[in-house]
Design a protein around this ligand. Sequence first.
Ligand code: PLP
Ligand code: ZN
Length: 422
Amino acid sequence: MATTAAQPATAAATRPFGSAAALSCRECGQRYDLAPRFACEFCFGPLEVAYDFGDISREAIERGPKNIWRYAALLPVPDNVAELPNMNPGLTPLVRADRLAAELGMRALHVKDDSGNPTHSFKDRVVAMAVEAARTFGFRTLSCSSTGNLAGAVGAAAARAGFRSCVFIPAGLEEGKVVMAAVYGGQVVAIDGTYDDVNRFCSELIGDPAGEDWGFVNVNLRPYYAEGSKTLAYEIAEQLGWRLPEQIVIPIASGSQLTKIDKGFRELVALGLVEDRPYKVFGAQATGCSPVARAFEAGHDVIQPVKPDTIAKSLAIGNPADGPYVLDICRRTGGAVAHVDDAAVVDSIALLARTEGVFAETAGGVTTGVLRKLLAEGALDPQAETVVLNTGDGLKTLNAVEAGVTATIKPSLDVFKAAGLV
Ligand SMILES: Cc1ncc(COP(=O)(O)O)c(C=O)c1O
Ligand SMILES: [Zn+2]
């Protein structure tokens, strides 16, 4: 293990992982000490953080910082996390989407708009967890395999916290995402291949001495990183007045976000912070990369990997690590996993922008498109309180939309009137 010389900030923290007690295998339940490990030695199942929660009240949370650290007692982070240099993401708006609801014939619809995070996607939430784990484990380089948004979030968080960064992306990503990844001064390496090739490459680097003191936020720090998505569940419940929504639509790439939002809801119930009531989880994919939706439709438990081909590049993971867990959750809660084609994604971006003033990246077009499709099919209840996620900012995927000036005219009132624009 590398030394902690570069990041001594947690020295003062008495519990570097707060209420987190262990890592536990999601398949066989075997428990492990909190370390940078991510797979079970016995069954190779993925590991996740298990907690020993103390008393947590709504009031204590409401008194907390106006960012994700208000939920620090529910996360694997040091007790003094709010004082450490980080990006402080979260507490993004839950927009009451009455105009979109009217258009879709729904009673109560909300858009959880995560485009307002520091690097304009929900990835700031997960990276914030990984940074704390990396500090504690003494990694010197922060890294990731990314479909774009994660690369930007890692670049920014590494800059703020004083890590070197080097991120890996598939070649051919949207320009906005590449610029956002690079501007913070780290290395950005494009790999000639798909996201799944990038991920394989990163796993090799971890196993090589060259990658020894590298913290890959979504590989060897994955159990910690993934917990950040629980904050979406906490915020949604708190913003609804400490209530679970009845239906939620979540985009799927690796599926980690969806599984952790479900974990977050269940924790709130277990802690008595919200009343137990049924909620349905709906997963959303683009048709050009829909391995989980296809398995759901076919009633299969095994997910057949695909080669992605869609404008929703942030969701273009052909072999999603959490796919089987997504299937379980959507089936258990009475939800579904569905897909929409690229034309519907573009259409839905425009619909959300036109009705609610929310400019979503393609992932938000996917969730809104699936919302619309499942309502039409009768799988979603128009009367139930529903939350749809927008996980990224439309400015990152400008190429996907067709919008421009209405007219170009001379600066003359007569010309303006003659053009019929009044
Ligand atoms: C904007 C956006 N939404 C959703 C996701 C899906 O995340 P997950 O891999 O947790 O399913 C991603 C993943 O990169 C993303 O960039
Ligand atoms: Zn196991």
